[in-house]
Design a protein around this ligand. Sequence first.
Ligand SMILES: NC(=O)c1ccc[n+]([C@@H]2O[C@H](COP(=O)([O-])OP(=O)(O)OC[C@H]3O[C@@H](n4cnc5c(N)ncnc54)[C@H](O)[C@@H]3O)[C@@H](O)[C@H]2O)c1
Length: 295
Amino acid sequence: MTIGFDNRVAIVTGAGGGLGRAYALELARRGAKVVVNDLGGARDGTGHSDAALAVVREIEAAGGEAFSNGGSVTEYDQMVAMVEAAKARWGRVDILINNAGVLRDKSFAKMEPEDFRFVVDVHLNGSANCTKAVWDTMREQNYGRILMTASSTGLFGNFGQANYGAAKLGLAGLAKTLHLEGAKYGIKVNTIAPVAGTRMTEDIFPEAAFKAFAPENVAPAALYLVSEDAPTNMIIGAGAGVVQAAYVTLTKGVKLEAPTPESVAAQWAEIIDRKSEIVPNSGAEQTMSIMSRLQ
Ligand SMILES: NC(=O)c1ccc[n+]([C@@H]2O[C@H](COP(=O)([O-])OP(=O)(O)OC[C@H]3O[C@@H](n4cnc5c(N)ncnc54)[C@H](O)[C@@H]3O)[C@@H](O)[C@H]2O)c1
């Protein structure tokens, strides 16, 4: 079965290069009309360029339809205007891939509060801005596919990326509530944790791995996650053609007879034992699992 995007309108943020560009090109190749957003800054978020326009030209040269948007995801009004422009041109917005991102890596000891705030603002607030800007439209259409971009740093941690990791796990958290709120309006929300050789990773990736880790090898997972038959509430890792699922799980735990710090210490091994672990579908399930232990 071919996965197509005919008559679908997609917005990809940060699509002037790297992963976003690969997503935009493949969506357009499969029939979607695409808004290529990118403010075209440097890796640390400073400066501007017309990177998005070059991607639009590539899409048009291949026979696709697209327009560029140079707005910053950090500016809610600019994201609202971008969504309005897409609707004015194509009548709807079906897909949003929140992909724009920046890095300001430093050990936490050396990280200035401003570098923490800025990175969280671009990734987390930026994705919330774009999502809020399309949310009512998707609810009215009874159709929406939203993809958040997390990272191995958010899910598992990486040295020197406290700001980035906080933002990235925040995005997985955002998806976990939005998939619940969007379900009855046909909105599916997923999270991708990509691994790709781009300018963001050029100094950590060995030269030889760059080809295997091409952004084009992440795009298939991203496109599936925004397709008509997409799952919802999944966290999917993707790199070099390997696709994985990550879960937030809960152990069965222990009902302490007399809750004291000492009894927690005494039963620690059983508390963290992973057999009988569950994957709650909402926060209420943790409360329910506790209640069931009290009966
Ligand atoms: N490359 C990897 O291995 C990897 C791993 C985990 C997560 N990610 C995430 O994937 C996404 C894409 O990263 P990439 O590797 O393609 O890097 P990239 O630097 O090529 O792409 C990020 C793009 O976002 C744009 N951008 C930055 N700030 C923006 C803003 N305020 N408004 C609009 N656009 C803005 C940049 O101009 C850039 O084109 C990012 O969210 C990144 O954190 C990448």
